[in-house]
Design a protein around this ligand. Structure first.
Ligand code: HEC
Length: 113
C-alpha cells in the first residue's frame, strides 16, 4: 500500500509579513538621553571624553546598572558632590526629579564603546 504523495508546487511566494524582532532598548534610554540634552550635563560631560566631569562611558564602565548604583548616581546628580573622580565638584540639580534622574542614569549606564 503506497500512500499518495501530493506535492504542493505552489510557486507563488506568499508575502512574508513577519516583522523582525529588534532588540528593543528599554524605554527609559531615549527618554534619559533627551533629558540630558535639555539639562546642563553636556557642559561638563561628554559621552566618551573627560572634560570637567568623567565621560559617561567611564561612568558606565565603573558602575554596573543595578538598582543600588542607579539610586546612588541618581541622588548624586540631584545633590551634586565631589571626591569620587577628583576634587572638582558636580553642581546640584534640585530641579530634576528622582524619576527623571533615574532615567538619565539608566541611559548613561547603557553607553558602551
Ligand atoms: C559643573 C559641571 C558639571 C555638570 C553641569 C554636571 N556634572 Fe556630572 N559630574 C561633574 C564632576 C566634576 C563629577 C565628578 C564628581 C566626583 O568626583 O565625585 C561628575 C560626576 C557625575 C556622575 C558620576 C558620579 C559618581 O559619584 O561617580 C554622574 C552619573 C554625573 N556626573 C551625571 C551628570 C548629569 C546627569 C548631569 C546633568 C543633569 C551632570 N552630571 C552635570 C561635573 C558636572
Amino acid at each position: 500500500m503506497l500512500p499518495t504523495l501530493s506535492n504542493c508546487n505552489s510557486a507563488t511566494k506568499s508575502s512574508d509579513n513577519e516583522s523582525m524582532i529588534e532588540s528593543s532598548p528599554i524605554e527609559e534610554i531615549p527618554v534619559g538621553k533627551d533629558l540630558i540634552s535639555k539639562s546642563d550635563c553636556m557642559s561638563c560631560h561628554q559621552e566618551d571624553k573627560k572634560i570637567v566631569g568623567p565621560s559617561f562611558l567611564d561612568i558606565a564602565k565603573k558602575y554596573k546598572a543595578d538598582k543600588k548604583n542607579i539610586d546612588y548616581l541618581s541622588s548624586k546628580v540631584i545633590k551634586g558632590g565631589k571626591g569620587v573622580w577628583g576634587q572638582i565638584p558636580m553642581n546640584a540639580h534640585p530641579n530634576l526629579s528622582k524619576k527623571n534622574t533615574d532615567k538619565i542614569v539608566t541611559y548613561i549606564l547603557s553607553i558602551r564603546e
